[in-house]
Design a protein around this ligand. Structure first.
Ligand code: NDP
Ligand SMILES: O=C(O)C1=N[C@H](C(=O)O)C[C@H](O)C1
Length: 257
């Protein structure tokens, strides 16, 4: 039996992940980590699992896998703790900076523990990123629009930022009109190496992304939609099943597909 700790089990994704792990015959939820505000929410975990409300209380090696769906403000310390205490991280939480990621990868190497960070566990998003990276070779003019539910804390989404990073690896430099002027600050969106990112937050939405490419007299739009958080669970399952094969801390579900 592979033992799993779910960090953020009290959240929208944490609850989906708890239900998933409960249904997998070879995996067991042994513990959950949340904030003190949720100390009475132990019924969200299976009977027998231990609830922790402080990172420092989690015993070393309590689980084989640390599955993280918390907050951008918590993920770095959580993953550092998991790696330092013998647990392989499988991370859906967004918001790690490039510097934090490099540090965690070095720690994983020192401790000889592999792990996976997936900006998006949904197959439609994984394919969107792959197709967008390919299209960028032929269409250097590109902008990204991501649309999410109104409770999302971070912007741009981890998926949109990762899409921009992948595109920039394949894209020749491009510049919009040098005399462009924003009469309303922010109108042109965020900027990642010249790629504009636009974030929409609205009730009714779950998680969606469009990558728009423009060329001479033509355009290409690649779009993905996650209508339900269940869409992420097949990717989480694959990650749980394959993380023990990894000897480094890697980014992207494609590493285990
Ligand atoms: N990779 C992917 O495919 C996906 C990634 N995500 C990402 O997953 C993350 C979680 O999303 P979602 O479930 O919607 O968010 P929620 O806000 O619904 O859930 C987060 C939960 O984590 C708890 N939490 C906060 N800090 C800590 C901590 N230090 N330790 C343990 N638990 C903590 C929160 O408690 P409290 O209520 O007290 O804040 C809350 O219960 C986000 O970063 C989101 O972008 C989401 C969907 C798919
Ligand atoms: O917060 C969310 O909901 C999501 N977060 C991830 C992100 O920031 O890309 C993945 C997906 O978009 C859902």
């Amino acid at each position: 039996m592979t033992k799993v700790l779910i960090a953020g089990f009290t959240g929208a994704m944490g609850q989906q992940a708890t239900n998933l792990v409960n249904e997998l015959p070879d995996f067991e939820v042994v513990a959950g980590l949340t904030t003190p505000k949720h100390a009475d929410d132990r019924a969200l975990l299976p009977a027998g699992a231990t609830v922790y409300t402080a990172l420092a209380d989690v015993p070393a090696g309590v689980a084989d896998i640390w599955l993280d769906f918390t907050l951008p403000s918590a993920v770095y310390e959580n993953v550092k703790f998991a790696l330092a205490h013998g647990m392989r991280p499988v991370v859906g939480t967004t918001g790690l900076t490039d510097e934090q990621l490099s540090e965690l990868q070095a720690l994983a190497k020192t401790n000889q523990l592999g792990g996976l960070i997936a900006p998006n566990f949904g197959m439609s998003a994984v394919l969107l990123m792959k197709f967008a990276q390919e299209a960028a070779k032929y269409f250097p003019d590109v902008e990204i629009i991501e649309m999410h539910h109104e409770d999302k804390k971070d912007a741009p989404s981890g998926t949109a930022l990762n899409t921009a990073k992948l595109i920039s690896q394949n894209r020749s430099a491009h510049q919009t009109a040098p005399d462009e002027h924003e009469s309303l600050a922010g109108a042109r969106g965020g900027d990642y190496e010249g790629i504009k990112l636009h974030a929409v937050r609205l009730p009714g939405y779950v998680a969606h992304e469009q990558v728009l490419f423009g060329g001479a007299g033509e355009a290409l739009t690649i779009r993905q939609d996650s209508f339900d958080r269940k869409s992420f669970m097949s990717g989480v399952k694959v990650a749980l099943e394959h993380v023990h094969e990894l000897d480094q801390l890697v980014v992207g579900l494609e590493n285990v597909l």
